[in-house]
Write a protein that binds this ligand. Structure first.
Ligand code: URA
Length: 270
């Protein structure tokens, strides 16, 4: 494991070197529920900090509540709400767009081809998805993987804002246009703002937003993939600035190989 800060630096107990299973916020009934041994071990790591335990419990309760959400039309076509997954104490939160076919089936964000690329990019900076938290702007799959509509984003945004409030990330990497525009509150597109961190206030706390190209878009475009890799490489340094924990020099192995995708796989990206 690297020296990259992966959980709260303010409270040493939160510096869990390896977070075995942080899927404590998975939808009830899914294989990753709060009673898994990993989650118990993680909870034990901070047993002395009631505020952390309360925050985690509130996140798990909110996931349960959200599983029955019917705030917009997407509720009628979904298999399940894709709430989010990862370390509830993470300093680093990734926010994507919306669940696609595989996410809707499995109940977790970024489990398709774009997710595999995200995993490789994380690996390149010495992290796994258990070190971070991953969520989307929209929690239910839009039919045919179409773009989320403005009223759907409006109906769903409170869920993401509540997640941010409860997870208390220091750095939020927004993946693509939808997350970037929603969380920055600005209309600037990802091509203009990627790789440029900006300070904002979310969930009542100061947080650094770091816009990145969406991994699914980078799968199609080699130049975008290189830019995404370059931008990703700066994450440890940004985390170090936010947490005060020195980042290790990161060896980003090589260019992330671009998997040749069949048309069917490409259609399944979102
Ligand atoms: N999978 C997700 O969960 N979100 C995206 O934005 C794309 C794929």
């Amino acid at each position: 494991m690297t020296a990259i800060p992966i959980a709260r630096s303010a409270a040493p107990a939160r510096l869990v070197a390896s977070f075995p299973s942080s899927r404590v916020t998975a939808p009830p009934g899914s294989p990753a529920s709060a009673d898994l041994p990993g989650a118990a071990a993680a909870a034990g790591a901070v047993a002395a900090d009631p505020e952390v335990l309360n925050r985690r419990a509130a996140l798990a309760a909110y996931a349960t509540e959200t599983a029955a959400c019917s705030r917009c039309r997407l509720a009628s076509g979904r298999t399940q709400v894709v709430f989010g997954v990862g370390n509830p104490d993470a300093d680093l939160l990734f926010v994507g767009e919306a669940p696609g076919f595989h996410e809707d089936q499995q109940g977790y964000p970024f489990v398709g081809q774009a997710g595999k690329l995200l995993d490789k990019l994380l690996q390149g900076i010495g992290l796994t998805r258990d070190d971070v938290y991953i969520a989307n702007v929209i929690k239910c799959r839009p039919p045919g993987n179409r773009d989320p509509q403005p009223d759907e984003i409006e109906a769903c945004e409170a869920h993401l804002f509540r997640q941010i409030e409860l997870i208390e990330p220091k750095l939020i990497a927004t993946l693509g246009n939808f997350a970037t525009k929603l969380l920055s509150g600005k209309p600037h597109g990802i091509t203009r703002v990627h790789g440029r961190q900006q300070e904002t206030t979310l969930g009542g706390r100061s947080v650094t937003l770091y816009p990145l190209y969406h991994p699914a878009a980078a799968l199609y475009t080699p130049a975008m993939l290189r830019t995404l890799e370059d931008d990703f490489r700066r994450i440890p340094e940004l985390l170090a600035e936010e947490t005060g924990v020195a980042a290790q020099v990161i060896q980003f192995p090589t260019a992330v190989p671009q998997a040749p995708l069949s048309a069917a796989e490409q259609l399944g990206l979102f």
